[in-house]
Design a protein around this ligand. Structure first.
Ligand code: UDP
Length: 254
């Protein structure tokens, strides 16, 4: 059982809460989610397990759970300050965080500043090509269908989100990009692209959920363009552990 007393926490408004992990609700590829005594809060536990290529490639990036937990919490707290509501409530330990329980909008929201990955392949553009504007795209989160690309009309037509939610998601996603791009550049990191997920709390509020980490973003070193992200694992380039540590060091001095 962990008692938290954090007068700094905006989401807890300085109250004393007792957080205990109850039953496991879900186990995903990189995280486990546990119930708490509060029906509106869950505890996320980050694992070192890594998957790629639609789940066909599996492995471990030692220490990644700790780094992703800390980085995601760090970024989400910064985003709250610039007006992007998030699921973040309180970090409990190196790997565990209390977050608001949400129902996930089944869309992967991808923002791109530079061509890479599936965008480069789909359109035949060399990786590293500057895009004339930052772009947004959606994938339908559906394992059976392998997360197909979907447009906003289709997402609304299928009832995955309302038109208002799509507009709000776009506004928040570009705000995330503006904040992170500038902040990371100051640390010598180019934000190439990233994936976000949004969820709705019990009162219907749309918030940024899931995580922001080297698993879900492409980070390149500004001088060398070296990968500082999961592409090292996806592409068998080696050095993923060191790269994740390097991002953490630049971000939080750890
Ligand atoms: N991404 C992710 N989860 C996914 C697919 C993509 O976090 O299931 C992130 C990925 O890390 C990258 C961005 O979204 O930062 C764009 O990925 P892309 O569509 O290029 O796919 P990939 O080449 O990784 O298959």
């Amino acid at each position: 059982m962990i008692h938290i007393m954090n007068p700094e926490s905006e989401n807890l408004k300085g109250c004393l809460i007792t957080m205990e992990k109850l039953e496991q609700l879900y186990e995903g590829k990189a995280k486990k989610v546990f119930a708490t005594a509060d029906p509106d809060l869950v505890i996320v536990s980050y694992k070192d397990d890594a998957t790629a290529l639609d789940g066909k490639k599996r492995g471990t990036i030692v220490g990644k759970g700790v780094i992703n937990n800390k980085m995601s919490n760090f970024m989400m707290q910064k985003l709250e300050k610039v007006g992007v509501p998030t699921h973040f409530v309180e970090q409990l330990s190196d790997r565990e965080t209390v977050v608001k329980k949400v129902s996930i909008v089944p869309l992967e929201v991808i923002i791109r500043n530079i061509a890479a990955g599936s965008f480069s392949k789909r359109y035949g553009v060399e990786e590293g090509t500057d895009l004339k504007i930052s772009t947004i795209e959606f994938s339908y989160k559906n394992d059976d269908l392998h997360d197909p690309l979907i447009n906003d009309y289709h997402a609304i037509a299928l009832g995955l989100a309302t038109p208002e939610e799509i507009e709000q998601i776009k506004e928040y996603a570009f705000k995330v990009n503006d904040m992170m791009k500038e902040y990371l550049l100051g640390l010598g990191i180019i934000l190439v692209d990233f994936k976000l997920e949004f969820g709705k709390t019990s009162d219907g509020t749309l918030v940024l959920a899931d995580e922001i980490s080297p698993d879900t973003c492409r980070f390149w070193d500004v001088k060398t363009h070296a990968h500082l992200d999961k592409d090292l694992f996806r592409r068998d380039l080696g050095g993923a552990e060191e790269a994740y540590q390097e991002v953490m060091r630049r971000l939080m001095g750890e």
